[in-house]
Design a protein. Structure first.
Length: 473
């Protein structure tokens, strides 16, 4: 679906500058609909003048609305929306019943407002509310405030500050003198908990509002928001002034109770710190075991025993590399490229001479793995990288090892390659007695449900094909 600017460019005579203004209004239309408890639509005339194009629409999250809204990009005959047409031609706001809709309790009252560029209206916003609802002073205040935002929205509306409301958000509206003229039920409940009684007529900066505050934090990434701790609650307070020529018309204050959310965040933060510490301790324990095995290898006089212990040490290094990465990531997904880099660094430090110049290549797509499903693949990558380090570069002091990842629609291809001497003569993976190859085949085929092939291509290439899952691997 095209955005507002694309729709204007394709189907209307609206200029690029005007389209930017309408895009700005369209982005705030969800907030407008929620504030006014209305269905909101943004209409622009088409080039032929016989229809209106719906540039944006929003349905209120704060009340049930009975009417189907025209979809964005839909063309509405001009004859079907007479109020929109008259507001577009005169520039004046109008009110009327929704033409052709059911009467009685289900009928809607339609309010139309022109969006002006200079003297002329270039588009129209309609707000549709249940008929007769504006006889209530509070509902009338909400719609009037929404109108003021629309009429003074030429500068960009911060999408974070003007994000849609929820039924649990407290809403206060103050006049030009900072006196509260509207407070919804959620706001009254929140401030009643804080010991504030009647809100109407009270000034926003009255002492009663501030006496229970124990902590106030300005969000640097959200200059219109403050997080306040008061009376055992954690509140997120949005301050949205409506200005005209630098003069305050009204101020909308949205108060969101985020106490449960912040408590959950603290619990998750503690849990993640514990998980990080566990991975760190496991890594340290694995390194201790590897040190003990190296010590045992030095004391042995049997070559086969030394080689077996050295292979075990390298496998432990691979698992330790995973836990080292998880100790930094916590519960966050792990990049397979990052995991392979950790393993390769540890193996190179322990299995290659210091003067060997190893070039590392990591190419292709980014594959993120959930921490709970990293171990098997870490062992596979460890064995293949270890084979490359041990067998690819005899008599050489430089070489390349690379890891390439390709994400397809149904499968993931992982290739580990080197530019070494290639496969030995008569190499057959299924008949080889190498423990490392047996581990790789078992992990790939039985545990991961994939397949592995080996080939020579200016060295050795091991290609693993794994089925894609909704949760990767």
């Amino acid at each position: 679906m095209e955005d507002v600017r694309g729709l204007c460019r394709t189907h209307t005579g609206i200029s690029g500058r005007q389209a930017e203004l309408l895009k700005n209004i369209g982005e705030g239309l969800g907030f407008i609909a929620d504030l006014a408890q209305a269905q909101a639509s943004l209409y622009a005339p088409t080039r032929d003048g016989n229809s209106f194009l719906v540039l944006a629409q929003a349905r209120s999250h704060t009340m049930v609305q009975p009417l189907r809204l025209a979809a964005v990009g839909e063309f509405v005959p001009a004859a079907a929306e007479p109020l929109v047409g008259e507001t577009l031609s005169t520039g004046k706001p109008l009110v009327g019943l929704r033409g052709g809709e059911a009467s009685g309790a289900d009928s809607l009252e339609m309010h139309t407002y022109g969006i002006h560029d200079g003297k002329d209206a270039i588009a129209v916003v309609s707000l549709e509310v249940p008929a007769g609802s504006l006889q209530d002073r509070g509902s009338r205040c909400l719609v009037d405030t929404a109108r003021m935002i629309l009429q003074n929205s030429r500068s960009a509306l911060d999408p974070k500050a003007y994000r849609p409301l929820s039924p649990r958000d407290g809403v206060l509206i103050a006049d030009a003198y900072e006196r509260i003229i509207y407070a919804n039920a959620a706001a009254q409940h929140i401030y009643r908990v804080l010991g504030v009684g009647s809100l109407l007529g009270m000034r926003l900066h009255a002492r009663e509002f501030r006496r229970h505050i124990t902590r106030e934090l300005v969000k640097p990434e959200r200059p219109t928001e403050k997080e306040i701790e008061a009376g055992g609650l954690t509140l997120l307070r949005r301050d949205l002034p409506i200005l005209a020529g630098g003069r305050l018309l009204r101020r909308v204050v949205v108060v969101e109770d985020v106490t449960a959310l912040r408590q959950k965040e603290k619990e998750l933060s503690v849990q993640e710190a514990v998980i990080r510490e566990i991975h760190h301790r496991v890594k340290n324990n694995l390194q201790t075991i590897a040190s003990l095995l190296r010590l045992q290898a030095r004391r042995s006089h049997e070559k086969a025993v030394k080689e077996a212990l050295a292979e075990s040490v390298n496998r432990i290094h691979g698992i330790a590399a995973l836990h080292q990465l998880l100790s930094r990531q916590g519960t966050q997904p792990v990049s397979l490229h990052d995991l392979a880099a950790e393993i390769l660094d540890l193996l190179a430090a322990s299995a290659l001479p210091p003067e060997f110049r190893l070039e590392r290549q990591f190419t292709g797509d980014t594959l993120l793995l959930p921490p709970s499903r990293c171990t098997n693949l870490a062992l596979v990558v460890n064995e293949l990288l270890l084979n490359a380090i041990e067998h690819a570069f005899p008599g050489r002091n430089a070489g390349t090892i690379g890891v390439d990842i390709r994400l397809g629609d149904e499968e993931t291809t992982l290739t580990i390659y080197d530019d070494g001497v290639g496969l030995p003569p008569g190499f057959a993976p299924r008949t080889e007695h190498s423990l490392g190859l047996h581990i790789v085949r078992t992990m790939v085929e039985d545990d991961l449900g994939g397949a592995i092939t080996f080939a020579e291509c200016n060295g050795t290439r091991a290609e693993i094909v794994l089925p894609r899952r909704e949760e990767p691997l």
